[in-house]
Design a protein around this ligand. Sequence first.
Ligand SMILES: *Cc1c(COP(=O)(O)O)cnc(C)c1O
Length: 386
Amino acid sequence: MAAQEKKWGDNTVFVHAGAHPDPSTGAIMTPIFQTSTYVQEAPGVNKGFEYARSQNPTRKALEEAIAQLEQAKHGLVFSSGVAATDAVIKLLSAGDEVICGNDMYGGTYRLFTKIFSRLGIVFHQVNTTALSEIKKSINAKTKLIWVETPTNPLMNISDIAAIASLAKENGLLLAVDNTFASPALQQPLTLGADIVMHSATKYLGGHSDVIQGALATNSDTLREQLFFIQKSSGAVPGPMDCFLVLRGIKTLGLRMKAHSENGAQVAAWLAKHPKIEKVYWPGFDTHPGHAIAKKQMKGFGGMISFELKDNDPAATQKVLAGTRLFSLAESLGGVESLINHPASMTHASIPREERLRNGLSDKLIRLSVGIEDPADLMQDLANAIG
Ligand SMILES: *Cc1c(COP(=O)(O)O)cnc(C)c1O
């Protein structure tokens, strides 16, 4: 299937992405090429594979699949989502400036503020749901806009197409963290973004059994630069992990449909519960980003955050400790449901004052709604909420 030429429906693409029968055996699944090097016929004469930090056939199949999923020309995979983000920031030099969200994944925040800031890259954290806020921070040194939408954990929605136009007008790159939506629900390159980033650990892998990251782009230049960074910095995934993500992708369409349907039911149920104060889910028409979400997403997914009315921290702790089907754990996007307390778990690296300023309260509970029977999930939450 030629890149960028979308002939098939999404589910067909997901099942067949990157899949070619193995030429030596006909094996329908790409083998796990567990090798560090490749024998050369003569010095410099090889089959396109020299050393496995640079090339691996299992990884190549997955990189092709990632490109097809995002309707991109190129895909690149990394040993984790943060390693993929790290590679994007390494496109820049000391003195360059980045505009990013003030409500980002905690690990992205940590990488930007604790590592790259120290190396001389300047980050402006703004509310990316407001175009005017981004505009205000653009100056002659700005090189990149980094957007996460929907955000983790507040489910804020930024307008990818509008930000892409603003980036183009100002000669800036736009990178979008598409982890929460997955390519089944949102394809940022088709909306004008230059780079898409994924924590493949989440929905792409889908089974909570692998750590991996991915990038996709249509630009040959960016692909060359990112490949150079990938091989120079060395954060590459092993072939077994590539195999697991390739397998996960085959059911991405079915899983995202189930996550979105269950998410809709659980969100509506929570919103009606007398003990719940607020539910954050972009599928509600009362959500401030709903119109944009409807425009740029094919579904609203299974990520939901909520707060109890009760301000006593013990009440929140009781819910977190009281579920049986929702396991208390970091991460998201697996077939099984998870419950998480961002303030003390996934987002603990953000200082409390900063968290509170950006609307992330100590009461906030985040759910990754899995693909179990929704009635069981609601019963489980009912038992825990009491
Ligand atoms: C998990 C996550 C990451 C980081 O990915 P890892 O695979 O854990 O390194 C980045 N962005 C978002 C939105 C995430 O949820």
